[in-house]
Design a protein around this ligand. Structure first.
Ligand code: TLP
Length: 359
């Protein structure tokens, strides 16, 4: 068995997981009500549980991580302000400019080494309170950092950012889509990593394996306003308890097993590092994401991805030279071995000359 399901070994994202058998059972048995009236007991239970895990006063179940982030961005800011974020962050690159369209904000992207924004760099970018200057409205950081390769924001840096922004009376938001990966990798509880930030979003639908849903957590008045903004965005769901039930299972059963995904990502990265024509920075492989480079002449990342697909392995080409592979619940050890072997063969054929590579 290379997979928990039939079909290709799917390393495109940890979003592709399907509900586990206990999630299917929980869905069937979930007590439900109309959550727009706040009458769904399963949604409320998930929200309470999630708030406690994040060490925040309150939490809100939202359909997607993108919506959770954009609600936070909207609640914390006023139109015309700037938001400080990392250059490769999800909020800046993959949320369709919603910060501008919906909240009237300007991005202030900063480059962080390995995706890590430092308090020092943020401090330099915060605008002084001069009335004729554009004002900073929010600082948003990402942990783990997806496009930098699942890198972890060091807890000490998070604390330094919190201390800085509190001193400057600026709100902070943590895009913790994969915060549980960071917590498991560091052997910490997620609340420790969320503490320096005013609000946090995490996804139930990534490594934790739920089919749908994310959580936005923060102070009670913030979540009260977030509820209104969620409705404004069309995110008020009705008998959402069937989905929340999977989120509860995800939090109860799937957190510690993230360590297996991390071990598999490391195995994959080590195999990649040994293949001539590929390069990976092993120090950056800290959780379940492997971003590697195609260095061999005469073959591009999209071409490698195409040939890998023919061998039954799916991954994402990020550009002409970079590929992202993400480990998750549905791919098991033999699948990772197959992925390594087939990748080795593709690059070998390539270096054996154009004839061999062309078949
Ligand atoms: N990430 C997806 C893609 O959108 C890139 C993936 O496959 O990794 N924050 C971070 C850091 C994310 O990686 C993602 C999704 C989100 C937010 C948004 O979550 P969803 O997809 O639920 O809107």
């Amino acid at each position: 068995m290379t997979n928990r399901h039939d079909g290709p070994i799917d390393l495109r994202s940890d979003t592709v997981t399907r509900p586990t058998p206990s999630m299917r059972r929980a869905m069937a048995e979930a007590e439900v009500g109309d959550d727009v009236f706040r009458e769904d007991p399963t949604v409320r239970r998930l929200e309470e549980m999630a708030a406690a895990r994040m060490g925040k006063e309150a939490a809100l179940f939202v359909p997607t991580g993108t919506m959770g982030n954009q609600i936070a961005v909207n609640v914390w800011t006023r139109p015309g302000q700037e938001i400080i974020l990392e250059e490769r962050s999800h909020i800046f690159n993959y949320e369709m400019g919603t910060m501008a369209v919906f909240s009237g904000l300007l991005p202030r992207p900063l480059r962080g080494e390995d995706g890590v924004l430092t308090a020092e760099a943020i401090g330099r970018a915060i605008r002084p309170p001069v009335y004729y200057l554009t004002q900073t409205g929010l600082v948003a950081v990402e942990n783990t950092h997806n496009m930098a390769g699942g890198t972890i924001l060091p807890a000490s840096e998070a604390e330094a950012i919190g201390a800085l922004t509190r001193g400057r009376h600026l709100p902070t938001h943590l895009d913790g889509a994969r915060l549980f990966n960071a917590a498991v990798a560091l052997g910490r509880v997620p609340a420790d990593l969320a503490r320096p930030f005013d609000s946090v979003m995490f996804c139930l639908s990534k490594g934790l394996g739920a089919p749908v849903g994310s959580i936005l957590a923060g102070p009670a008045p913030f979540i009260e306003e977030a509820l209104r903004v969620r409705k404004r965005l069309g995110g008020g769901m009705r008998q959402a308890g069937v989905l929340a039930a999977c989120g509860i299972v995800a939090l109860e059963e799937n957190v510690q097993r993230l360590a297996e995904d991390h071990a598999r990502a490391r195995r994959l990265a080590e195999a990649i590092a040994a293949i001539p024509g590929l390069a990976v920075d092993l120090a950056r492989v800290q959780t379940n994401i492997v971003v590697f480079r195609v260095t061999g002449p005469g073959i591009t990342a999209p071409e490698v991805v195409r040939r890998w697909k023919e061998e039954g392995v799916l991954a994402l080409a990020l550009d002409d030279t970079q590929i992202r592979a993400v480990t998750h619940y549905d791919v098991v050890g033999p699948g990772i071995r197959r992925a390594c072997e087939t990748l080795g063969r593709i690059l070998e054929k390539k270096s054996a000359g154009p004839q061999a590579g062309a078949d």
